[in-house]
Design a binder for this molecule. Structure first.
Ligand code: FHN
Length: 443
């Protein structure tokens, strides 16, 4: 629990409840979520037959950009012939990520493992001719990384699922509940297979929006997954019956209401491999977005889209490696920290040690001159540049002896200690951070 002390007019609720429907004992859930809270960075992998033509995953047929039959012709071109799961796991390790989440089945219904439920999987229906998940989970775990399974609840290809193409429906589940139950049995069968064979550390559901929690029988699904592994973490896209929230692509401007959250984000503009999409995020952009996420108490799940043969495009490799170098240098300020100062104290992202006796300041780009902290009611023991150890000086400005308002802390940052992407400063305090949040004057 955060020991941060806040004084002044504004009281901040630092620990918010998890998703609304969550009924688990708070102590139990805190323990279960600890590795996730400490992990900060995950790598998301969207790999499927859509990489053959390089088109939108599942959405291309759903939105009628291509016929379903033509979409499924991609099955014949999905070879996985250069798939090297250990190389993937090594790259993920190098990026600094502590967990990885792979699409076991997207909305197109094509399973990446040899499922006993239906014929639509890469082992039976593609030249890849094998289960691609077992070696992935093994390599990821060998590298000490937690392994997550993305699973789309909706399946636009399955004939027993009501939705198919945009603005069309196969049937009304109220009029034919047996057919809907048939689909739920199919999903449950696949989920049980995944739970039994891969035992995910994390379930990343998607596609819940087309049906209600009651229709998905979300509480039963949650119960079933936890009965296989009581420690598994479930994202919030099980119609709210999960453990954490998942804002997508758009960065939250204010700190999200949920205690645990994760920003999932593409590395260019698309989830899967699309050769025409060259709008790559730069390492600087990815790093600054990541810093913003952890500053607000969240994680980042950065997506990559391998080609159909299993190779990862060089631009994606480059971003992961650069991110990895920066993570390694600034490890102390990132992993196992907690969200930083509330807005208003520092113009930039911050994190804190768990006991809040150290504050980490993230400085974007090149700083010319000084940075400044407001409302910090502590004695500063030291200020150091993370990753190179240089000690920095500081000056307290505007402290009035009779006023409870702390002075401003000005820190000069010489050019020669600055990082190429983001420089991080560690400010060590005499005790847990005490923040003044008033409007100045006598209180
Ligand atoms: O429809 C999907 C989309 O294709 C992609 O998988 C993302 C990843 O978060 N989720 C869905 C949209 O929210």
């Amino acid at each position: 629990m955060n020991k941060l002390i806040v004084t002044g007019a504004i009281l901040l609720q630092l620990v918010q409840p998890v998703l609304a429907q969550q009924k688990t004992d708070p102590q139990e859930i805190n323990e279960k979520m600890q590795w996730f809270a400490d992990a900060k960075l995950g790598i998301f992998i969207h790999w499927g037959i859509y990489a053959v033509n390089g088109i939108d995953e599942s959405w291309s047929f759903h939105n009628r950009k291509i016929s379903h039959a033509d979409y499924m012709k991609q099955l014949k071109g999905f070879t996985a012939k250069n798939y090297d799961p250990q190389a993937w796991a090594d790259l993920i390790k190098e990026s600094g990520a502590r967990y990885a989440v792979i699409t076991t089945k997207h909305h197109d219904g094509v399973a990446l493992w040899d499922t006993k439920f239906g014929k639509l999987d890469v082992a039976k229906a593609t030249p890849a001719k094998r289960d691609l998940l077992t070696p992935f989970f093994a390599a990821i775990r060998k590298n000490g990384i937690k392994a997550g399974a993305y699973y789309s609840l909706l399946d636009w290809t399955n004939n027993n699922y009501p939705g198919f193409l945009k603005d069309s429906s196969r049937y009304d589940i109220k009029k034919d509940p047996a057919r809907w139950q048939n689909f739920l049995d199919f999903n449950n069968g696949q989920m049980t297979e995944i739970a039994t064979r891969f035992n995910p550390d994390l379930w990343w559901f998607d596609g819940d929006w087309e049906r209600s929690a009651d229709e998905w029988k979300a509480t039963d699904v949650r119960k079933m997954l936890l009965s296989h592994n009581p420690k598994t973490i479930i994202n919030g896209r099980l119609t709210g019956y999960g453990d954490y929230d998942t804002p997508e692509q758009n960065f939250p401007v204010v700190r999200p209401n949920f205690h645990w959250w994760e920003l999932c984000m593409t590395i260019n503009n698309n989830w899967g491999y699309q050769p025409q999409d060259t709008n790559w995020k730069t390492p600087y952009e990815v790093i600054t977005i990541f810093a913003d996420a952890i500053s607000n108490g969240g994680n980042m799940l950065l997506d990559i889209g391998p080609k159909e043969d299993g190779t990862i495009p060089p631009q994606q490799v480059n971003v992961l490696k650069e991110l990895g170098k920066w993570n390694k240098k600034h490890e102390a300020a990132i992993f196992s920290t907690i969200g930083g100062l509330p807005q208003g104290h520092f113009y930039g992202p911050t994190t804190m040690s768990k006991d809040s006796s150290a504050i980490y300041l993230f400085l974007a780009g090149k700083v010319s001159g000084q940075v400044m902290i407001k409302g910090l009611d502590n004695k500063i023991q030291s200020i150091k540049v993370v990753g190179n150890g240089t000690s920095l000086t500081h000056k307290i400005v505007g402290k009035i002896s009779w006023s409870p308002v702390p002075g401003l802390v000005y820190i000069p940052v010489p050019e020669n200690v600055q990082d190429e992407y983001m420089t991080v400063l560690e400010v060590k305090l005499d005790k847990a951070a005490k923040l003044y949040r008033g409007k100045g004057g006598l209180n």
